[in-house]
Design a protein. Structure first.
Length: 256
């Protein structure tokens, strides 16, 4: 009797174990790829999934966007400049069955494709283009990598070049070039200012030549500005017109 109860208890425990092993829960962001006797049944979920004990096997696949950080890659640009570039790839699984059955490790495969594509594409651009058209290059990288991984059920949503490391000699050369460019702009602005000032002075000279009184007004204005400095001693000549007026007044009084 005791042996019978022990055997019955063992069967109950075994049945419960098989039952629980046949019940799987798949999260909202996951899919369960089910195989029955080695054959693909399909992707299931999310929610509760019942498997046939012993016959079925399930592999979970995460559908969330994943980030793939590419290590620094040494690239020779089209104008023969050696640089180091690192980038990040954003991708996600859009077909869980293909990601499990068509590639052994989709994460590693995407990494290798991204590294190879990064070196090949950047080698087609000159350094100036690489620095100035980064957004355009990012889009081209995304398109090429996405086409290569599409058959694996992988969708590459974005590729972003994070950093471009230049050789020290190239950094110094670019700094000198930028400084020369700034000096060039400063000289052009200064020359333009001198040209505008000379035009203004020419216009002023024309006005003064036609209106002699304007010269006297300007003279008085200059005296007013100089007089604002109280701690200065100023010696200035008397205008000839004013002297003539004073002399005429003096002669008139003497004759009177």
């Amino acid at each position: 009797m005791i042996g019978f109860l022990s055997s019955f208890s063992f069967l109950i425990v075994l049945a419960l174990f098989i039952l629980f092993s046949a019940i799987r829960v798949v999260q909202e962001y996951e899919r369960g790829v089910v195989f029955r006797l080695g054959r693909l049944v399909g992707a299931k979920g999310p929610g509760l999934i019942l498997l046939v004990p012993i016959l079925d096997r399930m592999a979970k696949v995460d559908l969330r966007t994943l980030t793939l950080d590419l290590p620094p890659q040494e690239v020779i640009t089209h104008d023969n400049v050696t640089i180091k570039v690192n980038a990040v790839v954003y991708f996600r699984i859009v077909n869980a069955s293909d990601a499990v059955t068509k590639i052994f490790d989709y994460h590693m495969a995407t990494l290798q494709i991204a590294q190879t594509t990064l070196r090949n594409i950047l080698g087609q651009f000159a350094l100036d283009e690489l620095l100035a058209e980064r957004e355009k290059i990012n889009q081209r990288l995304q398109q090429i990598i996405d086409e290569a991984t599409e058959n694996w059920g992988v969708k590459v949503s974005a590729v972003d070049i994070k950093d471009v490391e230049l050789p020290q000699t190239m950094q110094r050369a670019m700094a000198k070039q930028a400084e020369a460019e700034r000096e060039k702009r400063a000289k052009i602005i200064h020359a333009d200012g001198e040209l505008q000032a000379s035009k203004a002075l020419a216009e002023a000279a024309k006005v003064i030549s036609t209106e002699p009184t304007s010269l006297q007004l300007r003279y008085l204005q200059t005296l007013t500005e100089i007089a604002a400095e109280k701690n200065s001693t100023i010696i200035f000549p008397m205008p000839i017109e004013l002297m003539e007026g004073l002399m005429s007044l003096t002669r008139g009084r003497a004759q009177g």
